[in-house]
Write a protein that binds this ligand. Structure first.
Ligand code: BG6
Length: 486
């Protein structure tokens, strides 16, 4: 059930990178479209010594930078009027007391604290919120990833947060869940009758989930080098996409029903551990190469030192349940790859009997491609008769039924993930947020892979920037007669 919208958003890390790139611009977009609750106030906090006016200037500059096409002055001003600021070192009780006093004065009902800080601060901030009387009912907390570095640290953070906030008041952000295309995956699966009967091991031969990026580490080297593609992308975004692709139909679109189905998928993931890791996974690290014709340096050069961190990971995973028995799920993600592409590819099984004989030769299995980024497109690959008189037998050619969602909804603005996630968190709807058991089960699985790499002494394989990853990733699929879609 939707709760009353919160009247206060306290943004920790208000001058940080995420706030500038995503959070403040999303609030502006919501304001422009009249979507923010009328009485919402936003209280920014960080260690930077700013006053309200300084924070408003800072926010306006960030929003203008992110909306180079121009901003509308009236909504920008209206958003700025909602903003206040309180400089605080969250480890200082007096500073937290001052912040709490300001929050109490601004809040007219529920409040949401959005923690966009280093995750090691989540526990102490929640504890301080509790001590200051801001942790009780009507107070929710939004946590950014990464939620820990492994299962143990994730449990420690979750435990510390849980001492103040019960689980239904904890909103763990995975911004992929806020993306339009990701929700469209649910609409496709559960808003149409024709896919579900085919959505299983009897009809699907293999599934591929790719999140390829062309960018490198872009000044985030210190965080990234400590994390790597497996913790940064696989543990969260890819596993969430896997859950939505593979889960059973939930009985309704609500927080418990959806998350109960996702956790079953995570719990059914077969461990990739011990010697299996060599045949079921490949880690890579980019070397110098070219992206869009521009030379780019390798990861070590970007970072300024040599490193063993993987910037690419590919896996052959299995979901050991009735629906997916025997179907490989190939997952891959990497930085500095050939092009930006997030997509889910489902290849169907071949027809059971080829009636057109040898001339059919090139018949390819049907495939459904759900492209989420950069453009949203659904494409169904079919076989068609090649026009002609067919004296040597009927010939088949692959054709595609393409649905370009940007064309289909050309007058509808595409919302950024944080617009939706903010509204949901303000309203207290956790469907598109990650539950504690999901994040911990995902960590457990990922820890198994990382541990096995260490144990087997497997180092990342080099791949030139601008390619689809190390050649070993190609063999990971080809060994089983499958090819990555490129
Ligand atoms: C973030 C990762 O969670 O997702 C980044 O930390 C990555 O490394 C980003 O670049 C990708 O998000 P998007 O929305 O650009 O696909």
């Amino acid at each position: 059930m939707t709760k009353p919208s919160a009247s206060l958003l306290v943004l920790f890390g208000a001058t940080g990178d995420l706030a500038q790139r995503m959070l403040l611009p999303s609030l502006y977009d919501l304001q422009r479209d009249g979507m923010l609750p009328a009485d919402l106030r936003v209280l920014g906090t960080s260690r930077s010594a700013l006053d309200d006016a300084g924070f408003r200037e800072h926010a306006a500059a960030a929003i203008r930078r992110q909306r180079p096409g121009g901003t509308d002055e009236a909504p920008l001003r209206a958003l700025l009027e909602r903003l206040s600021y309180c400089a605080a070192d969250t480890q200082q009780p007096e500073a937290m007391a001052a912040l709490a006093a300001q929050a109490q004065a601004l809040r007219r009902g529920d409040m949401v604290s959005h923690l966009s800080t280093a995750p090691r601060m989540y526990g102490p901030i929640c504890e301080a919120l509790g001590q200051q009387g801001l942790g009780g009912p009507g107070s929710r907390v939004m946590l950014e990833k990464p939620l820990g570095h492994d299962l143990a640290s994730s449990i420690a953070i979750n435990d510390a947060v849980a001492r103040v906030f019960d689980e239904e008041r904890v909103f763990r952000v995975d911004h992929y869940l806020g993306k339009e295309g990701v929700q469209n995956l649910l609409a496709l699966r559960f808003g149409n009758a024709m896919f579900e009967p085919l959505w299983n091991a009897r009809h699907i031969q293999q599934v591929q989930i790719t999140v390829a990026e062309t960018m490198g580490v872009e000044g985030r080297g210190d965080y990234y080098d400590h994390s790597g593609a497996t913790r940064d992308m696989l543990q969260n975004h890819l596993l969430q996409l896997l859950c939505l692709t593979a889960m059973e139909p939930p009985s309704q679109f609500d927080p418990s029903a959806v998350r109960n189905e996702k956790i079953k998928v995570l719990r059914s993931l077969r461990a990739i551990e011990g010697a299996d890791v060599a045949s079921h996974s490949v880690a890579g690290q980019y070397t110098a190469g070219a992206i869009d014709g521009q030379a780019v340096p390798g990861y070590g050069q970007d970072l300024g030192r040599a490193s063993h961190t993987e910037t690419f990971v590919a896996l052959r995973a299995h979901i050991d349940n009735w629906r997916w028995s025997g179907v490989p799920f190939y997952l891959r993600t990497g930085k500095r790859m050939a092009r930006r592409s997030t997509e889910i590819y489902l290849q169907f099984r071949a027809v059971p009997h080829a009636i057109f004989g040898a001339s059919q030769g090139a018949a390819q299995p049907n495939a459904l491609v759900i492209r989420l980024q950069p453009e949203e497109r659904i494409s169904l690959e079919l076989m068609s008769k090649t026009p002609g008189l067919d004296r040597d037998g009927l010939k088949l050619s692959p054709v595609a039924l393409n649905l370009d969602l940007n064309d289909a909804f050309e007058n509808v603005r595409r919302r950024s993930a944080y617009e939706r996630l903010y509204l949901d968190a303000l309203e207290g709807n956790g469907t598109l947020f990650v539950r504690r058991d999901e994040t911990e089960t995902a960590w457990q699985w990922v820890d198994g892979i990382l541990g096995a790499w260490r144990q087997q002494g497997l180092a990342p394989r080099p791949y030139p920037a601008g390619t689809w990853g190390p050649s070993q990733a190609v063999s990971l699929a080809e060994r089983y007669g499958h090819s990555w879609r490129e």
